[in-house]
Ligand binder design. Sequence first.
Ligand code: MG
Length: 288
Amino acid sequence: MILWMVLLNYFNLLFLPLTNSKLLKMGKKLAYSAFGFILGMIIMAFVDFNINPLSNQLVNATMWYQQSDEMKAIYLQNFNWAKKIVEMEQIKNQNQWKLAVVVDIDETMLDNSPYEGMLVKTGTSFSPETWNKWVNLRQAKALPGAVDFTRFARNHGVEVFYISNRSVSQLEATIDNLKKEGFAFADKQHVLLRDKTSDKTERRKQVQQFYKVILYLGDNMGDFDQKYKVTAPEYDSTALHKDSQLFGTRYIVMPNPMYGAWERARMPKKPMTDREKAIFKIQSLIGF
Ligand SMILES: [Mg+2]
């Protein structure tokens, strides 16, 4: 609106008799201000162009994950509790079974929030190419309490299996990264990545064949049981509520407000632009 008013004034002045020097000066001033205004609008349009509404929705979640003590405390709390369970189960077992714990990797043991930070800063959304680039850097840091937990398990004769939906093509980089951070059992026998399917059931069975799995740790419901996977927008968490006793005893859930299957679960199953997704997410919120 203001832009139009400035432009109209500017063009009106062009048609005024140029003999009036006062008007000419005023016209020049207005011309300069209009030019500045238009330049400002162009710069703003460019900046706005770089803000992706979808990745921009990640700001608070990523800040919380990277900067809050609450996040660190939740990880420590979960790993402390997991240690108690390992201790109890080891005593109960009396060397009857080979014991194991199954853990997810991303946002359970390793912190990939710099990848999310990059998405916000560059105004982009997840792509296998940029994710692969990040994984190959091997720069993900261990989450609070994670390394200690794997060593604690090892010292108690409990093996740790990492079942992750990183691609099998990323096995070497993943093991390197885990080793660099000091995780126990960071080897090919204990790191089971995604080959054909993201459903972890078969990989869990491979471990269950030879071990009694006492505990599962993950940030996604699919890390515990495929039946928790939300398949329809009207899903009401029935499966989860039925198994309420398993949370904190067999399953330990890590916090991840940045991404997850939950994000796509209730979205329409059709191709959507980032802007459409961002709008849908806002519209899906309960307000008052
Ligand atoms: Mg994960």
